[in-house]
Ligand binder design. Structure first.
Ligand code: NAD
Ligand code: DAU
Length: 346
């Protein structure tokens, strides 16, 4: 039985990756380690928590004693590394926690992988972001050849971790795969990020804070399509290679918020334009990258990946999930979700 470690599996994307692997590969043993920071929520994994091929261990990827014990116990065949501090605004107010988890945590995992795994056969897969490439103006897209030029403390920490993963491949010969993905959206997304924050505020009749004039552009991908891409790259991607993943789906923030307002008003049964009137233009994010756009042609041509849903379908599914899971939202916004671990595992 192959033993696969997934880090950060209680987070937004991590929980979808855990679900993808637990359901698609009953013959793998999936071990999820997560520190359960504010972003980690075991309620995200309710549907797989009793699966025979799944187990959860609470712990910090930066704790080398804990990580070394875990690696010597399990001797993993593969690591899919998603654990991170992920929110750009938090990185602006507290950069050091991003260094601790994203840089030191990644190097701690790499050291344990090098010491305890069979480096001829085992794979270290690092899940990264398109923000390492910096920002684009109105034209062009990021390719795998775009030079790194990170602008925020978050993207600087992810760029550093990408470099460490490649350096361990080059220096010590470990097998690695990397992917750099654009903005994800979907279920179980913490409501500090644009789409779930707007959905939550519309449900609760709160103002919708748009940074600056809302002119910045992001390329949105449905999270389940990201999880499928990770599965494909993990199994079929070439050793040492990087793959860009994007939705080919660019939206100006203001246009996206307006679309969300319309769809939410329709679904909730609000009178036309109820939500749009609550848009509030607020102070811009410091150093706000103008535009991201991803060229995924390497992944599409080499491995045959393509997104499975249109943006309209994905957004509609996402809104429906939040409307059907108001208890999840209430638990997350009140902080009650943080007692789930105590209730389930102690
Ligand atoms: P998230 O913030 O929702 O989840 C991060 C998870 O990591 C949480 O469960 C948290 O508890 C855990 N974690 C944090 N610090 C830890 C530590 N020291 N030890 C163990 N666990 C720890 O993040 P996400 O949006 O799901 O992103 C997952 C990964 O994908 C990150 O590496 C991020 O950089 C990358 N990524 C995210 C996006 C996006 O749009 N959200 C896009 C591209 C890449
Ligand atoms: O590009 C991939 C990255 O996408 C990931 O690596 C990050 O982990 C993820 O958080 C995301 O980063 P962004 O900064 O692009 O996402 P966020 O949802 O925070 O913001 C999206 C855009 O919306 C951005 O231009 C800022 C703007 N925004 C955000 C919030 C939270 C607002 O206008 N108002 C808001 O309240």
């Amino acid at each position: 039985m192959k033993k696969i470690l997934i880090t950060g599996g209680a987070g937004f994307i991590g929980s979808h990756v855990v679900r993808q692997f637990v359901n698609a590969y009953p013959s793998y043993q999936i071990i999820n380690i997560d520190k359960l920071t504010y972003a980690g929520n075991l309620e995200n994994l309710k549907d797989v928590e009793n699966a025979p091929n799944y187990s959860f261990v609470k712990g910090d990827i930066g704790d080398s004693e804990f990580i070394n014990d875990l690696f010597s116990k399990y001797c993993f065949d593969g690591v899919i590394h998603l654990a991170a501090e992920s929110h750009v605004d938090r990185s602006i107010s507290n950069p050091m926690s991003f260094v601790e988890t994203n840089v030191k945590g990644t190097v701690t995992l790499l050291n344990a992988f090098k010491a305890h795994c069979n480096i001829k056969t085992a794979i270290f897969y690092h899940v990264s972001t398109d923000e390492v490439y910096g920002e684009l103006s109105h034209e062009g897209k990021f390719t795998e050849q775009t030079p790194y030029s990170p602008n925020s403390p978050y993207s600087a920490s992810k760029a550093a971790s990408d470099h460490f993963v490649r350096a361990y491949h080059h220096t010590y010969g470990i097998a690695i795969k990397l992917s750099n993905c654009s903005n994800n959206y979907g279920s179980h997304h913490f409501p500090e990020k644009l789409i779930p924050l707007m959905i939550n505020n519309i449900i609760n009749g709160k103002p919708l804070p748009v940074y600056g004039q809302g002119a910045n552009v992001r390329d949105w991908l449905f999270v389940e399509d990201h999880a499928k891409a990770i599965d494909l790259i993990y199994h079929k991607g070439r050793n040492g290679q990087t793959y860009n993943i994007g939705g080919n789906n660019e939206w100006k923030n203001l246009d996206l918020v307006k679309l969300l307002c319309q769809q939410m008003d329709d679904k909730i049964g609000n009178p036309k334009d109820t939500s749009i009137k609550t848009i509030a233009y607020v102070t811009d994010r410091a150093g706000h990258d103008f535009r991201y756009a991803i060229d995924s042609s390497k992944l599409m041509n080499e491995l045959g990946w393509k997104p499975s849903v249109t943006f309209e379908q994905g957004l509609s599914k996402t809104i429906d999930w939040y409307l059907a899971n108001k208890a999840w939202l209430a638990n997350v916004t009140s902080g009650a979700y943080q007692s789930y671990y105590e209730a389930m595992y102690r």
